[in-house]
Structures are given as C-alpha cells and as structure tokens.
Write a protein that binds this ligand. Structure first.
Ligand code: ADP
Ligand code: MG
Length: 691
C-alpha cells in the first residue's frame, strides 16, 4: 500500500482517493493523458508561439509588481534572447528561487506580451551548471485540485518499482491476440523514450494502449462472469405455480395478452421455478404493457406462498401501480400494501411491521422499500419498475435485501448491444416487441415558440372534443448544464425553486388562456396526497389540461389523454422526451406530441430534436442517445463518482467481444490469473460496477 488514507478532505490520501488511487496497482494503472518533451532545450530565439517547449535561462532580476494587480515578474535570458516570466499567483518559495544569476529550466508556451515575449506561469526548476537532461518524455497525469504533477509522478515512480507487473495473460494468448507484454506496456506508457512519436502515443491507437484497453475490458468481463456464477450458486426459493391466481387474473382482464406478453410471462415463470435467483430485465417500449406481466409474476410468487414487492422511482408512479394492482387483485381476495416516504410515521411503522411479520404478501412502494428498517419475512420476488431511474446505490441496496429472492427489472429504455454485453452481462432479457392492438401512432410536431398561440388553440379544440392534454413545463437551464444533469440535481437546489416558479407561471398563463377548461397543476413539491388528488382528477377527466413538470415522465397511464405539449423541448434529454411522448397514444384516438422550441438551438439540442422527430422507436432513440451522451451518463454511472471505463471504449465491439471470450477461457483454465487480473484492475471498485 502506498498510503493509508487519513481523515479530512484535504489530506494527500483524500486527494488521491478522489482519483481512485489507493494501492500500487492503482498508481500503475493511472496512465498519462499526454507527455511533455523535456529531453531537449530550445533556444529562445527558436521558440514558436503556441508551442510548448523547454528553455534554459539565467535570471537577470525579479520583482513584485502591483499593476494592474499583484504579480511576480522575472526577466530571464539565454544566449539567443530575453524573456519575461509572469506569475499571477505564487508562493514565497518561488519568489526566492528567482534570484538574479540563478539558472532555470522552464517549460511553457511563449507568447508576445505587452512588454515583449513572455510566458505566464511557466513550470520551472533551478538547475546546477551541468545537470543532465531527462532521457524520457515527462508524463502529464490526470489530477485533481491541490495535487501537483511532481507529487503524482513521484508516487507513480515508487509504485512502478514496488508493484508486481507480472503478466496476467500467458505468452501464447498474447501472441494469439497480438498484444504486447504488460510490464513493457506500462513502462512505455509512463516513461516513453523521446523517439516515440508523441502523437501516436496520445492518440491511443498505439499497441500499448490497445493492450491497456483490452485489459480493462477483460477485468470488466471477469467481474461480470464471476457475479453471474456467484448468483447461480446462491439458493432461491423455487416458486412452484398453482396457476390459481394467475389464471383468475387473466380471466378478469378486459384484454388478451399480446404474443410478446405471453412469451415474456412464460420466460419469467420458468425462471421463478428455478432454485437460484432470477435476474431478468423485462424490456418493452413505453405502452407495451409491462405492468400486467409484473402482476402475473407477483401472483406466481404469492401462490407459492411468498411475498413480493414492486418498487417504482416516483410517488406518482408507485401510487398508480398501487391503484391498478389493487383494482386487479382485490377482486381476487388479495390485499395490496403500500409503503412510501410520504406516509405518516405511524402508518409507515404499521406497514413495515406487517411486511416483517409476513402478514401482507404484496407490497408496492417507492425506494422507502429499501430502507434499512424494512425487513421482509419471506421475500420471493422483487420487481423494480423503470429500473434505469434508480441510482447505482439504490440498485445495490435492493440487491442486498433480495439477495436470495428472484429479481425482475422493468425498463422502457432498451440496452444497446455493447452495453448488454458488458454492464448488463449478468442479466437475462425478455423483450416486449409488440404494442397492444388498437393503438394509433403518435404524430410528432416541432413548433417554434413564436407560434405558441396556435398550439394553445389546438389544445382548446382537442379538449372541447372530449380529449385531454398534458402540458409539460420547461426545465430551468443552469448556465449551460445539460438538461439531464439538471433534472438529477433539482429537488434540493435553488433550481428547484425556480422550477416551481416556472411551473406555477405556466399554469397561471394557461388557465388564463383557456378559461372554459379545467386546468390542473402537478409538480414535485406538492405533498403526495395533493399529487394523488390531481392525478385522480385528471384520470377521471375532471381536469382536461394537466400542467406538469417531469414528475409525469415515467409510467403515467391515462388513455384518454391524446395530446402532449412540451415547452422548451430543446432543454430535455432524449430519453426524457421519448418517455414523455409515451404518455399519449395509449387509447384509440389519434394522438400528437407538440415540441415547442425556442431559437437559437444549440447543436446538441438540434440533434436531439431531430432524432425524436424522426423516430418513435425506443431502440433507435436509445442508440442515438448513447451516441450523443456516452455510456457513463446512460447507465447512471456518474452517481458512483468513478469512471467505469477509463481507457477502453464500449463502442469498440470487436474488442469487447474478444475480452468476453478470453474471460470465459481464463476463468476455466487459469483462475489464478483471472483473480490477479481482477485484483489489479478493480481492487475496491468491483461492487459499484455490479449494481
Ligand atoms: P408500460 O409498458 O409502458 O409500463 P403499461 O403496463 O402501463 O405499459 O400498459 C399501458 C396500457 O396498456 C395500460 O392501460 C394497460 O392496461 C394496457 N394494456 C396492457 N396490455 C394490454 C393488452 N394486451 N391489450 C390491451 N391493452 C393492454
Ligand atoms: Mg410502466
């Protein structure tokens, strides 16, 4: 170990921890972003503006000047010319080093200043008369505030001496894959000789980088395969179906299951009868009918004598599920329990007690279900709706609770192939690739903000004809931060206050514009009961126009609503737009989604609107989303704080495929190598990657 982490956010250990640097292997794998060439000295006369170079100079004099602000100025020269060094921030030690007559090596970009050629904040050090030049390029590492390059370099150098750089791939395997040897690669990347072309090294296409990328993907694959094996080895209750309850539900439904629903239900039922925990994703575009499949699975668990829980990411959605399940299941003589954060303390304690005693078999709720206090008497099946909306830590918490239970996740966000092969490799997938019959496709229109009046008129017309409409309020933009990031943070910030103000203004304006219609407002700051009341009124068509923030983004199902307007659509993320649009087109009426946008459109916003306008296919949209945002955002990895892949690129399908094959071989033929490889790459990070 290099350092034992001490307390405090500003200790060296804390700074290193922020970069994920704890043990020697971490330092070894902390690879340079780029290099600086300090192996040569350039004469001042030969310096080119904008090109960083090293110079060797003598100090003529130095002074602290106060105009326009306090700064340290030093005049220096070599045999070919003179130069000014300018420091806007400096330490007394730096000032002291710049004594007249001192010899310096400085590194930086020269530019033409007011007083002639100058370098601002050059890196420099004092040298003796014949100090030799380094023979290797100087690495520049990714770092964090308060942690200097020289400190990092020293620590990496030490780690390189101490660490075990043994190769985890056998020579034959390396040959087959055409990959260079590990220790050579590591030494080359940390300290390349000057003749290595910097451009090649930095472009990440060098064979050395290729090896690093492969190793990183291999570690990921190994970790996932190991999780898979561990799960298969764990016991879970075999849920034997009696089909009594499931058949009764199927008979009572006003519709027949689609072929896709039947297939998914068969796959899930088969898993539930296995003696190890199911880990399955039910993936189906918005409106494809995932809820009823979940209900069947829940009944299957209940028939077999176990408890089952359904967790949803928002109160509104949890409430809707609760009501839908109660409507379906109470006629069958089953009670549905309800647990959310907004319950009164007493109600909540009562619900938790019933769950713990096993008095209630079916529980619906929000993430209140995964709080520490909640203990299930005999949980057989846990279901997570809209699972991509939960953070990494919440997903981990549910995994812990239901370690020996079957798990079903549901999502409308399809997983692109490369992600499926990597992050979600420990997952079986059922797909609903068919919408229930009688749906009419949603037409999407892009309308400039300038024509808002026409849109209001259209809403008026649709509602007068018996329809209903959603009007989605704009997100607040926080100095250019992406719409998506914005949503994740709102709730606690000042932003949430602004958001609320906007929602109330939008509501007031619309209510004034549409005096003969009943307009309602729902947003995240309302109490749960208030939210529920508004949603119930909208469901009953007592409200015709529902002004809403993104609280209605997922799951909300009101078939009579056939028109959706999204204001400032350019501020929303792609997945959000798709989910929002999915709230309409649920009945037989022709539905429309109107995206109001304001000029000027940024490049990314324009690209998003184009995608959502041209496609209604969730898969296509998710792929574009991945392309525009990158995988980290996609799977909510940002919340974990650590980058999931630092060097490799998930788009590199061929390399992912190769790593997957090698992981399998390695675990079977050389488990000790697999273990060493995992240790080296994942150390303490593994848990987060599995969530
Ligand atoms: P999602 O997959 O987006 O969660 P839901 O489960 O909310 O979709 O279903 C959308 C609507 O379709 C609901 O009103 C549901 O009752 C209805 N539905 C589900 N399956 C069928 C079916 N096979 N035939 C007709 N309607 C269905
Ligand atoms: Mg749903």
């Amino acid at each position: 170990m290099a350092k034992t982490p001490a307390a405090g956010p500003n200790t060296l250990a804390a700074r290193l921890a922020r970069l994920g640097l704890k043990n020697d292997a971490d330092f070894v794998l902390h690879l340079p972003l780029r290099y600086e060439d300090e192996t040569r000295i350039t004469a001042l006369a030969d310096a080119r503006p904008g090109v960083a170079a090293q110079f060797e100079v003598d100090v003529l004099d130095s002074e602290i000047a106060y105009r326009p602000r306090r700064q340290l100025l030093a005049r220096v020269r070599d045999a070919s010319g003179a130069l000014l060094l300018r420091f806007l921030n400096f330490y007394p030690s730096q000032q002291k080093a710049l004594q007249p007559g001192a010899r310096l090596r400085i590194f930086g970009e020269l530019h033409e200043g007011y007083l002639g050629p100058e370098i601002i904040h050059p890196r420099f050090h004092v040298v003796g008369a014949d100090e030799p030049l380094p023979e290797r390029l100087t690495p520049v590492y990714p770092t964090t505030a308060g942690l200097g390059q020289s400190t990092l370099r020293r620590l990496v150098e030490k780690a390189l001496v101490r660490a075990d750089l043994g190769d985890t791939l056998a020579p034959e395997l390396r040959e087959k894959l055409n990959l260079p040897e590990f220790s050579a690669v590591i030494r080359l990347l940390h300290t390349p000789p000057p003749e290595m072309s910097q451009a090649v090294l930095e472009s990440r296409e060098h064979p050395a980088w290729r090896r690093v990328q492969f190793d990183e993907l291999l570690a990921q694959q190994l970790s996932l395969r190991r999780a898979y094996t561990a799960r298969r080895a764990r016991g879970a209750p075999r849920l034997k179906p009696t089909a009594k309850l499931t058949d009764a539900l199927l008979k009572s439904l006003p519709f027949r299951l689609t072929k896709a629903q039947q297939r998914a239900w068969r796959e899930i039922a088969a898993d539930l009868a296995q003696p190890h925990p199911m880990q399955r994703l039910l993936q189906g575009d918005v409106g494809s009918g995932k809820t009823v499949v979940a209900a069947l699975a829940m009944l299957h668990a209940v028939e077999a004598g176990y408890q089952t829980a359904l967790m949803a990411p928002t109160e509104i959605l949890a409430e809707q599920h609760y009501r839908k399940l109660a409507a379906w299941l109470e006629p069958l003589g089953l009670e549905v329990a309800w647990l959310t954060g907004s319950l009164k303390k007493r109600e909540k304690e009562a619900a938790i007690a019933k769950v713990g005693a096993g008095d209630t078999a079916i529980i619906v709720g929000t993430h209140a279900l995964i709080e520490d206090k909640v203990e299930f008497a005999r949980l057989g099946l846990a279901i997570v709706d809209e699972q991509h909306r939960f953070g990494v830590r919440q997903r981990l918490a549910l995994k812990e609770k239901g370690l020996f239970a079957h798990q079903l996740a549901m999502s409308a966000t399809p997983i692109p192939r490369t992600l499926a092969m990597s992050y979600y490799a420990d997952l079986d997938v059922s797909v609903l690739d068919e919408l229930p019959p009688g749906r009419s496709p949603v037409t999407t229109k892009l309308v400039s903000e300038a024509r808002r009046d026409q849109v209001v008129a259209r809403v008026h017309e649709a509602c007068r004809a018996g329809g209903q409409a959603y009007w989605v309020c704009p997100l607040i933009e926080e100095n250019g931060v992406s719409a998506e990031a914005n949503v994740k943070r709102s709730g606690r910030s000042e932003n949430a206050v602004l958001q609320l103000k906007t929602a109330e203004e939008t509501y007031a304006r619309l209510a004034a514009d549409l005096p003969d219609l009943k307009v309602g407002l729902v947003h995240g700051r309302l109490k749960a009961a208030e939210k529920a009341a508004v949603m119930a009124a909208f469901f009953a068509n007592e409200i015709q126009v529902l002004v809403a923030t993104t609280v209605i983004e997922v799951g909300v199902d009101v078939p009579n609503a056939s028109l959706m307007v999204i204001e400032h659509a350019e501020r929303f993320g792609l997945a959000q737009l798709h989910q929002l649009r999915g709230r309409v087109g649920r009945g037989a009426v022709q539905s429309a989604c109107i995206l109001l946008y304001a000029q000027p459109l940024g490049e990314l916003a324009r690209a998003r609107l184009k995608v959502i306008f041209e496609s209604t296919d969730g898969f296509e949209i998710a792929r574009e989303d991945l392309r525009l945002r990158g995988p980290g955002e996609f799977i909510g990895a940002r919340q974990s704080g650590l980058p999931l892949l630092r060097y490799a690129d998930l788009e590199d399908e061929a390399l992912v495929e190769q790593a997957r094959a090698v992981a399998e071989d390695l675990l079977r033929d050389a488990p000790q190598h697999a273990e060493a490889h995992l240790q080296r790459w994942l150390g303490g990070r593994e848990e987060l990657l599995k969530a």
